[in-house]
Design a binder for this molecule. Structure first.
Ligand code: GLC
Length: 538
């Protein structure tokens, strides 16, 4: 083990900042371009740290910044101990982490344990070493089925449409739940386990305060990789063996006061909460809430289930409206189907952005008032809509592997507009950015919104400021208040009340002494308009 980093030495083991934190997700490639080459980088993030500090967030989660051929936007990692040159250097990442910390912002890095890049030295060595070699045991290599081994070893479906097995020239096949460029690791192998614990230490030593665990429910596979019955995912999703893996990770994290955050697409709330037992992960993304439609009963059911299943394990809930994999909130809430489902994403879905934006503003106040921590995805605070990416500019393998039916995830990954009047909206590029920005995005630019009191940016800034300073926010109890049908009203500690009107008619506000913030104007009679939320003090 390396000598402790100064940040490590300072760590406050009793600090539970993560139970109430507002965490901002930075997709580095699209955040800010510091060197002008068309893609965002660490220099761009460092230059924009004051913006993040002013926004009022507590931590930043960075999507993977490691050396990667970018077959899946960096989720194909070739070396966890190196920063991709397109983003910068390891020294810059260290500087970024400490500069952010000086501004009160903690850093969360993204670790991808299910797979590595096919360019990772392990996989290259495995290919070179051939069938039966110890190098191949780090992955899932198998002979094929059929007379000449021409058929894949099992029938598991891919997480992205398309094949789950790829055959190599010597005839063996390897498993990849995602693209062929992302071979799955064999988590039964002690070397795989040891390596990831070392990687955790590597980043904790460099000051990371937490780790987001990618595809956390997928690493363990059923012994022997047998065929699955149709729709049965239990051979490769949410297997009991995972808990031991994360217990070992927790022991490492605890040495550093680090936090583990799971990307767990596990629909059963009881199974989900098992990962949040006190010796496993600290928190996990609440995808149930994210996927629910804009309907009072649906959202209330999600909130109730979430809180009910988190309470027994003592973990705080999280609230997420969007991320780099899903449709942007203002677009989703402006569609007929306001829920989210990967399988249903299509091109040119009719969208009413003014309705969607009104609802997204209300949803922001709702999620920021709920008990626990909250995640914002870069551009959410600007109210960016999902962009239509021209076919010839799409990068996302999800699009290609769907046979072109699914537009993929690039529409939420467009480079941010910082300045209304600058080239490429001030993203910083001297050339066309890696994904094109739509025309007409000037009103979304951060500089324009900063000057507009009623903008989405200023709503988020005010809300985050109140949330940070005021009593009742973050971790703690929630009590539902009586409300008209279609209206959600709850109180928190310290007299904080949140009301959200998802009905078609204006709603009376519950008794209060002051209005802290609303997502839209009250009507002449002081009532909350449809698709609007308010924070009150009683
Ligand atoms: C996670 C990431 C996603 C990535 C996938 C494979 O779901 O959020 O972007 O494509 O894992 O690593």
């Amino acid at each position: 083990m390396a000598a402790p980093h100064p940040v490590h030495a300072d760590v406050d083991r009793t600090d539970d900042w993560w139970r109430s934190a507002a965490i901002y997700q930075v997709y580095v490639r699209s955040f800010a371009d510091g060197d002008g080459d068309g893609a965002g980088d660490l220099a761009g993030v460092r230059a924009r740290l004051p913006y993040l500090a002013e926004l009022g967030i507590d931590a930043v989660w960075f999507n993977p910044w490691y050396l990667s051929p970018m077959a899946d936007g960096g989720y194909d990692v070739a070396d966890y101990r190196a920063v991709d040159p397109a983003f910068g250097t390891l020294a810059e990442a260290e500087k970024l982490i400490s500069e952010a910390r000086e501004l009160g912002i903690r850093t969360i890095v993204d670790i991808v344990p299910n797979h590595v890049s096919d360019q990772h030295t392990w996989f290259r060595s495995a290919l070179a070493a051939g069938p039966g070699s110890p190098e191949r045991e780090l992955f899932h290599f198998r002979p094929g089925r059929g007379e000449r081994g021409e058929l894949p070893p099992n029938n598991w479906p891919s997480q992205f449409a398309g094949e789950t097995w790829t055959r190599v020239p010597d005839g063996e096949w390897y498993l990849h739940l995602f693209t062929p460029e992302q071979p799955d690791l064999n988590w039964d192998h002690p070397v795989v386990r040891q390596e990831h614990e070392d990687v955790l230490r590597f980043w904790f030593e460099r000051g990371a305060a937490g780790v987001r665990i990618d595809s956390a429910a997928l690493c363990a596979k059923a012994p022997g990789l047998p065929d699955a019955d149709e729709d049965d995912t239990t051979l490769y999703v949410d297997r009991d063996e995972l808990h031991d893996i994360y217990r070992a990770w927790r022991a490492v994290a605890d040495e550093y006061g680090g936090v583990l955050i799971g990307e767990l697409w596990v629909p059963d709330p009881d199974r989900f909460s098992r990962y949040l037992r006190s010796d496993e992960l600290h928190t996990a993304f609440n995808f149930d809430f994210l996927a629910r439609p804009w309907e009072a009963a649906e959202l209330r059911a999600s909130i109730d289930t979430t809180l009910a299943f988190h309470a027994p394990v003592g973990a705080p809930a999280t609230w997420v409206l969007c991320n780099h994999d899903v449709t942007r909130t203002v677009s989703r809430y402006g569609r007929d189907d306001t829920g989210f489902d990967f399988a249903k994403k299509r091109f040119a879905t009719p969208t009413d952005l003014s309705t969607g934006t009104r609802r997204a503003r209300a949803a922001a106040l709702l999620s920021l008032a709920l008990p626990g921590s909250v995640y914002l995805f870069q551009g959410e605070e600007l109210g960016l809509p999902e962009a239509d990416i021209p076919l010839d500019r799409i990068h996302d393998p999800m699009h290609f592997r769907s046979g072109g039916v699914d537009p993929g995830r690039d529409g939420c990954r467009v480079p941010l507009p910082w300045a209304a009047d600058a080239p490429y909206y001030g993203f910083g590029s001297a050339v066309d950015p890696w994904l094109p920005q739509p025309e007409g995005w000037a009103p979304y630019a951060a500089d324009q919104q900063a000057a507009d009191h009623g903008s989405m940016l200023n709503l988020y800034r005010r809300a985050l400021r109140l949330r940070r300073a005021g009593p009742g926010f973050g971790d703690g109890p929630l009590r539902w208040l009586p409300a008209a049908p279609g209206v959600l009203a709850f109180s928190r500690g310290g007299g904080l009340i949140c009301v959200v009107n998802l009905a078609e008619d204006p709603a009376e506000l519950p008794g209060h002494t002051s209005v802290l913030l609303t997502s839209g104007a009250l009507d002449d009679e002081g009532r909350l308009q449809p698709d609007t939320a308010a924070w009150l003090r009683a």
